[in-house]
Design a protein around this ligand. Sequence first.
Ligand code: GTP
Length: 436
Amino acid sequence: SNPSLSNNGLPSVIRKKLMGYVGFANLPNQVHRKSVRKGFQFTAMVVGESGLGKSTLINTLFNTTLYPPKEHLPPSAERPKTVAIESIGAGEFPFVYPSDFCSSIFSRTDIEENGVRLHLTVVDTPGFGDFVNNDDSWKPIVENIESRFDSYLEQENRVNRTKIVDNRVHACLYFIQPTGHSLKEIDIEFMRRLHTKVNLIPVIAKADTMTDEEIGEFKERILSDIAHHNIHIFQAPTYDNEDEETIAEHEEIASKIPFAVVGSDKPVVTPDGREVRGRAYPWGVVEVDNEEHCDFVKLRQMLVRTYMEELREYTNDVLYENWRTEKLMSMGVAQDSTVFKEINPAARMQEERVLHEAKLAKMEAEMKMVFQQKVQEKEAKLKQSEEELYARHKEMKDALEKQRADLEEKKKKIESGRPITPEKNSTGRRKGFLRT
Ligand code: GTP
């Protein structure tokens, strides 16, 4: 066997000891510094029926009033319903209100934590389910996600693409009504339309309206519905070389999906005098940040602390890539690189399908040709034998005709009493008789 190959057939790596300091151990720090300087772009979308607390949860998640606080609104105004898809940036925002608050687009701004900047955009979608006919309510949302892919693709295709702004939706929080039954038709329809285009993170809204036991059973039913309909929800990847603690943390987060959440943008005071984010009831306070009370902390961990980068990566490497391949192929762009095919299973499958279909079409055409040829040959043969038959028939007919004419001739001669020619007569007697 070849000593330079390891047992899996790949070239084996020779580990060498360094004689002294080189400095590449500092590479991760370089990456770190650079990404801190550049900041991060992240776009989250919230989807779900009307009034499930989407706006409230976004404010709670980023611990900032992305939505104008109520005191900024005119006295009569409740926070209005979301009626159009809108992009909302965090932090200080120049907002136009109150007449057209809902449809105004807020400029995107940054939030900062310990010197790390995050360009956060939240895409709020109008709550659906209010209409008699909700058939196509998923359409504008899918179109919004796709138009963001379009814009990214367009930027990639520019001559100068050093300043690409990533406005793609990296995560979609899907709000489920806390009914305690199972998923509704409309939820399944929505998730089925969205799951190939965006990282879906299902959440049970207003979990303070259900008991722990009810939530447990509801979660099971939701997960089995999701599995039954082959809906792909975002699964955090696990890596082999991780330590036990990290693995346990991953498992802990995964075990809470779909996250049962409670949102609140106002602080409340607990009976023991602590000021917390929560919802006050006559019998006590439901605390947003208390893991005994709801899964809010785990959701934030999934979305921000642990998997933000994974969400961005999956969006770029899988969701966007598949969409892009499909789009380019549908525009007639041929596959060009084998490397690309190797790293993109969807593209490879698509190409294999096209090749296979072409092969089938060719086979069919060949079979048709052979068939036609055979039919033609047979027809020609038939025609030929028909002609031969006809010719023979004619020949026979002619011969018979001739015989008949001869006989006719003879008959006429006999009837007119003319002597028969001697060579045709075999008996002398007859000859003599005729002479008299
Ligand atoms: P649309 O914009 O119409 O789609 O509504 P939304 O989903 O953004 O709901 P919003 O955040 O405006 O909240 C609707 C109502 O639910 C408000 O009265 C909130 O105070 C209340 N609410 C929000 N979150 C929770 C929660 O976790 N539990 C309970 N019980 N009520 C909540």
